[in-house]
Design a protein around this ligand. Structure first.
Ligand code: ZN
Length: 131
């Protein structure tokens, strides 16, 4: 069996984050196949396999990172009163990953934006158990 460690090593050559800095943050991803939790560096590398079952996790990590970025944008829009943009980003995040935070932000954005029926629908979604 050949070691898989090099395959999961983050590639630092020639890569820069859009902000120009380095990220020490990691994303915890639970393998959908074997349920092992792995810490994946941010931004997610091109290739990352589950150390236990070798399931490909990089695509899932990128989706999670994109969903989290949309949540941060939604929060920022909400804080400055841009309810429609906050709702749009929270809804887009929800499309990538059903999580309580996205539904809660969408609920707040819809309700504060004056759309009570939409808010109620998101309130129901926000009560779902975490995925
Ligand atoms: Zn696995």
């Amino acid at each position: 069996m050949e070691p898989d460690r090099d395959r999961n090593a983050p590639s630092s050559e020639g890569e820069e984050s859009p902000a120009g800095g380095t990220h020490a943050a990691v994303l915890e991803i639970r393998c959908p196949s074997c349920r092992k939790t792995s810490a994946i560096p941010l931004p997610p590398p091109e290739v990352f396999d589950c150390p236990r079952c070798r399931c490909e996790l990089a695509t899932l990590a990128r989706l999670r990172a994109d969903a989290d970025a949309l949540l941060r944008q939604s929060r920022a829009h909400l804080l400055r009163g841009a309810h429609a943009l906050a709702l749009s980003d929270a809804s887009s995040s929800w499309d990538l990953r059903h999580c309580r935070a996205a539904a809660t932000l969408a609920f707040l954005a819809a309700t504060l934006g004056g759309d009570a029926p939409e808010g109620v629908a998101w309130l129901r979604a926000s009560r779902l158990p975490e995925a």
